[in-house]
Design a protein around this ligand. Structure first.
Ligand code: TRP
Ligand code: SF4
Length: 456
């Protein structure tokens, strides 16, 4: 099985997907988060890669970033809102927010003009983001096409991957255009640039995505690893910090020249740098083995790995290297469309748009599929099925943040105590209220757009 991030495939079996792609379950992580919102409590965010450094940063109130990107195509619907709900939560618990407008990717893969993308991003996306609670004081929206450090980084990262790997990840063949093949590298640079000295420093970064984006995450994590001089491994002598080798030690030769150390001495020099970092962190009894390119910290355990890794990467940056920490990702389930098919901007009846007038949303809810029985009599007797009902999903994802409300409707539905007409009435009322509130928040958001959006 291969995931194609540009197809419109719908996933059904998330547990299988998680296992097959080696994603970690988010279940245990939720309990570590301060006041997790309903998206997390309800398992909508169901998996992650490499969340530990983020968890650490939240716990110790350390510097970290959350990054997302948007394709400027079409109108925002509730599916998009889900990502923003995560981003604003993470902003609340301490992350600096970066939002990249993927205008280069949209140009390459959807034929959307850069100027058209720019207008959509400003009018539709930036305004909605603010209305959904993004705080412009600690967030920025930028354009792939305008942020040259992102483009430069994409090029530097491209040096660390070859065509075979891109083909294995994405199934590219000789017919794909070069712009299409470049867009994942630009995305990797989007994700990693909050760690460049001009935007921050080496730091944990989180990217909340749908599973369709996982190939990009895997690529980006590998590329970040490839920028590192040091790796950390659990050994018999405690935690070991190793000077990595690469093809002909090209990286080491470059560093040696830059800092004016003889090539023969560079490994030892770097181990000294690492020892210095670990000593600052309070680790003692360090042992160096230059032949193994290793520095051992006998008292350090696997738990200390991320405590060490971030300062180590920063030291690499001090030496003029990229020193990028592999980003973490979270994965959410996709909401089913109101009609029971895939939710999609190009099929308006499947989705509630953030700018839908309440009457339009009501129509869509009236037309929506439900998990109800063919007759009222049957439903009263046997109950309906909330687990195959787009209306119940609407409650779960958006309209009933309060767990008690949701449990109540779940019980009444499966017990046959409520019919779908009445239930849809509740959904319409709540959707109305949400859209009306959003409309007035949008009007207020106008003033902050200039602060949020960086046109460089
Ligand atoms: N490829 C993403 C999409 O199709 C858009 C995107 C570009 C992105 N850069 C990103 C998403 C960085 C997350 C992080 O929607
Ligand atoms: Fe869905 Fe509500 Fe009908 Fe249950 S009662 S099937 S939740 S619309």
């Amino acid at each position: 099985m291969q995931i194609d991030p540009w197809s419109s495939h719908q996933f059904a079996d998330y547990d299988r997907l998680r296992d097959e792609f080696g994603l970690a379950s988010f279940e245990g992580v939720v309990d570590e988060l301060p006041d997790p919102p309903s998206l997390f409590r309800r398992g909508i965010v169901f998996a992650h890669r490499g969340f530990q450094p983020v968890e650490r940063a939240i716990r110790f109130d350390e510097d970290w970033a959350v990054m997302t990107g948007l394709m400027p195509s079409g109108q925002m619907h509730l599916g998009h809102k889900m990502v923003l709900d995560q981003v604003t939560y993470f902003q609340d618990v301490g992350a600096e927010v970066f939002v990249g407008v993927a205008d280069l990717e949209a140009y390459a893969t959807r034929g959307i003009d850069l100027e058209e993308g720019r207008e959509l991003a400003l009018e539709e996306y930036a305004k909605n983001y603010l209305a959904l609670g993004l705080d412009p004081d600690d967030a920025q929206v930028y354009f792939q096409s305008k942020r040259s450090p992102v483009q430069r980084l994409a090029f530097l990262l491209a040096d660390r991957v070859n065509l075979s790997k891109m083909q294995a990840l994405y199934g590219f063949d000789g017919e794909d255009s070069m712009s299409h093949m470049l867009s994942p590298l630009v995305q990797a640079a989007d994700i990693l640039h909050p760690q460049l000295p001009e935007y921050g420093q080496s730091r944990p970064t989180l990217v909340p995505v749908g599973v369709d984006q996982d190939p990009h995450i895997r690529l980006t994590r590998d590329l970040a690893e490839a920028t590192r001089l040091f790796s950390i491994k659990d050994t018999e002598h405690g935690l070991g910090v190793f000077v990595k080798s690469d093809e002909a030690d090209r990286n080491l030769a470059r560093v040696a020249e830059r800092i004016g150390v003889a090539e023969d001495d560079i490994v030892e020099h770097l181990l000294d740098e690492a020892a210095d970092v670990l000593t600052d962190l309070g680790f003692a009894d360090l042992e160096t083995n230059v032949g193994y390119r290793a520095l051992y910290a006998p008292a350090a355990t696997a738990e200390d790995r991320f405590k060490i890794d971030v300062p180590l990467a920063r030291r690499e940056q001090d030496l003029g290297e990229l020193g990028l920490i592999a980003p973490a990702s979270t994965y959410h389930r996709f909401q089913t469309g109101l009609t029971g098919d895939k939710m999609s901007s190009s099929a308006p009846e499947t989705a509630i748009f953030l700018s839908d007038p309440p009457a339009t949303a009501e129509d869509k809810i009236n037309q929506a599929k439900t998990g109800g029985k063919p007759t009222a009599e049957e439903q009263r007797k046997e109950g309906a099925n909330p687990y195959e009902c787009p209306i119940f999903e609407l409650y779960t994802y958006h309209l009933m943040p309060d767990d008690e409300d949701l449990e109540d409707i779940e019980a009444r539905c499966s017990g046959g105590d409520i019919l779908c007409g009445e239930c849809k009435g509740i959904a319409k009322e709540r959707a109305d209220a949400m859209l009306n509130e959003h409309e007035s928040d949008r009007a207020e958001a106008e003033a902050a757009i200039d602060q949020l959006v960086r046109e460089e």
